[in-house]
Design a binder for this molecule. Structure first.
Ligand code: COA
Length: 565
């Protein structure tokens, strides 16, 4: 079938549905919803059998939904309506939520229902929920609806609030007035719920030492205490604020935009606050091993289980700044010093990595210089992984990865992936050629021709397709928790088979030496960085404009050509 995806942004869910439909043999095009007229042109050009809207914040014009079947993915259970579904689900403490596929009609979210899927709610931020449980349920519901459409003769269920199965209701926009934190009375649990419902967008508008910021992210702290509302500690760029019954960590802040002033964007909290305000605030560090057994915020956790080392890293938006890469490298070296022969890398949930930190670079006094520092710092991490010859290193991808983040995963010996993962193994959309030793690792896995194709097409690749290309080694179709359990079982089995593992490690060492003799890693790096230097420091390069537009959320004026299908 010819299926056109109409979306406000080609975001993680749109990408996931794109890859799933293509895997099932459909011809899929994408049209960004940038206005009724351009949508009409896009629909006429693609001539779809079916239009799917996986993420749409605007209405589809009547002349389109009356001529084509348009199915909208709504992130709420049957009967739920309104623009802030997940915000309400989190802020009201719903135990179960859902995704509904409904037909576009004149009234928003009121069309007949084609499919609906439920899932149990978990304690996490809204965008993480969206990229995991919501995405998984959406894919199931969309595939059911597409199946009904292909089969023909399906009668969708009209929305009927007298049906006891219809549990949802219409809810208003979740405004900042609802989100407001009262530091003098809100408990940590309430503060965290408000922060989670607003993460990663729009954040919770708040005042801190007389300035207005949007607070982004929110994590429990088990030990630190202080006067409610005050900043009691900093750690790796985050601030810890006391509540009436504990304290919470806030990793990122976004200053409120001054009317007429430049766009503001999220940054590590301590980077946007006046240094003087923090002079008396202690930096309270935690080691990755301590963090693994405490209820506190840390981007790094390390633990051992069944003779396997697990280094979990987790970065907001998957972005890794120079400082974050350096801390990761330290933690990696410490993990390498441990007496384990199998080492597993990757966060328990959500993004594996999306490469260098474009926001931190954008905010730097000299973005070219900061880009250079950042790419070198992430290359150092990739190099450390590539040159580890006394351990089998596994990248475990529970969530998506893009650009340098994919290539960082490829530095390991094996890549294990959750079936729902979407990879974007390319850099072109940011105007870059990329580094992270990809010119060594990618062709070695998929061949030169495929590597060139992946780089130039710049399309998302689903985990199953990635497996058949050889980009990843093993794929399992489970939720994040089951994937983690599966990784533990498989990694433990590798570690337990001592003689097979010793053989593999010998072979690894031999192959690395041969590769090094054929072309040293340093040569790959210097060729890649030669091109990156040009992108960072050269004149007329696209990178600085593309990065600025990405960080400040500038909407494109037309659907990018590579998505049209
Ligand atoms: N630097 C800074 N922030 C980043 C980032 C990066 N490299 N990659 C993602 N983010 C942020 C996004 O801005 C977004 O922030 P928001 O929640 O405030 O809106 C958040 O992470 C989630 O990303 P989003 O784009 O909403 O997720 P997605 O799943 O829809 O798309 C990508 C994921 C990876 C395709 C897209 O974010 C992207 O193209 N990132 C840039 C990758 C890149 O070029 N890296 C640099 C070269 S190595």
């Amino acid at each position: 079938m010819r299926i056109l995806l109409v979306a406000s942004a080609f975001n993680s869910l749109s990408q996931r549905i794109h890859t799933e439909l293509r895997q099932r043999g459909h011809q899929v095009g994408v049209e960004l919803a940038l206005g009724d007229e351009s949508l009409r042109v896009g629909v006429a050009r693609f001539r779809p059998d079916l239009i799917l809207a996986p993420m749409l914040t605007t209405a589809v014009p009547e002349d389109i939904w009356s001529q084509y079947l348009v199915l909208i993915v709504h992130p709420g259970p049957k009967g739920d309506r309104g623009p802030s579904s997940l915000d309400w689900a989190i802020s009201t403490g719903a135990e179960e939520w859902g995704v509904t596929v409904l037909q576009a009609v004149a009234e928003m979210d009121a069309g007949p229902i084609w499919a609906s899927e439920a899932f149990p709610m978990r304690l996490c931020g809204k965008s993480e929920l969206y990229r995991t449980d919501v995405s998984d349920a959406a894919v199931r519901a969309v595939m059911t609806a597409v199946h009904y459409f292909e089969k023909g003769g399906f009668e969708p269920e009209p929305l009927d609030y007298s049906n006891p199965e219809v549990m949802g209701q219409e809810r208003p926009y979740h405004s900042q007035a609802i989100r407001r934190i009262d530091w003098s009375s809100d408990t940590s649990a309430t503060v965290l719920r408000k922060l989670r419902a607003a993460d990663s967008q729009p954040g919770v508008l708040d005042e801190l030492y007389g300035r207005e910021y949007f607070l982004h992210g929110g994590h429990q702290e088990d030990q630190l205490r202080g006067d409610p509302g005050t900043v009691v500690a900093t750690r790796d760029g985050a601030i810890c604020r006391a509540t009436v019954d504990g304290a919470v960590w806030l990793p990122q802040l976004r200053p409120r935009r001054i009317p007429g002033g430049p766009a503001t964007f999220k940054q590590p909290a301590t980077a946007v606050m006046d240094r003087e305000l923090l002079v008396d605030v202690p930096e309270v560090s935690v080691t990755p091993a301590e963090a693994a057994i405490r209820e506190t915020w840390s981007e790094l956790r390390y633990y051992e289980y069944d003779s396997v080392g697990y280094l979990e890293f987790s970065y907001a938006g998957g972005a890794m700044s120079t400082d974050q890469c350096r801390r990761l490298l330290d933690a990696y070296r410490q993990a390498c010093a441990r007496p384990v022969t199998v080492l597993v890398l990757g966060p328990a949930r959500d993004f594996f990595s999306n490469g260098i930190h474009l926001n931190v670079i954008e905010a730097a006094p000299d973005p070219a210089e900061e880009s250079w520092r950042n790419i070198n710092a992430i290359d150092d991490v990739a190099e450390a992984i590539l040159t580890t010859t006394d351990k089998l290193v596994i990248s475990a991808l529970s969530g998506n990865a893009a650009a340098g983040g994919v290539m960082l995963a490829l530095a390991a010996d094996e890549i294990w992936c959750r079936e729902s993962v979407v990879l974007n193994p390319h850099y072109r959309l940011m105007g870059l050629c990329g580094s992270e030793y990809w010119t060594y690792t990618l062709p070695r896995r998929v061949g030169t021709e495929q590597a060139d194709r992946l780089m130039s097409e710049a399309r998302p690749v689903g985990a199953r397709d990635a497996e058949s290309l050889g980009l990843v080694d093993r794929v399992v179709g489970e939720g994040a928790a089951e994937f983690r359990a599966w990784v533990r079982k498989e990694a433990a089995a590798l570690a337990a088979d001592g003689s097979a593992l010793a053989e593999r490690l010998l072979d690894k060492k031999r192959r690395r030496a041969l590769d090094e003799a054929a072309k040293p890693l340093a040569a790959y790096r210097s060729e890649e960085l030669g091109r990156m230097r040009q992108h960072f420091y050269g004149s007329g390069e696209l990178y600085h404009r593309l990065r600025h537009e990405f960080v400040t959320n500038v909407r494109p004026t037309a659907t990018p050509a590579h998505l049209l299908g």
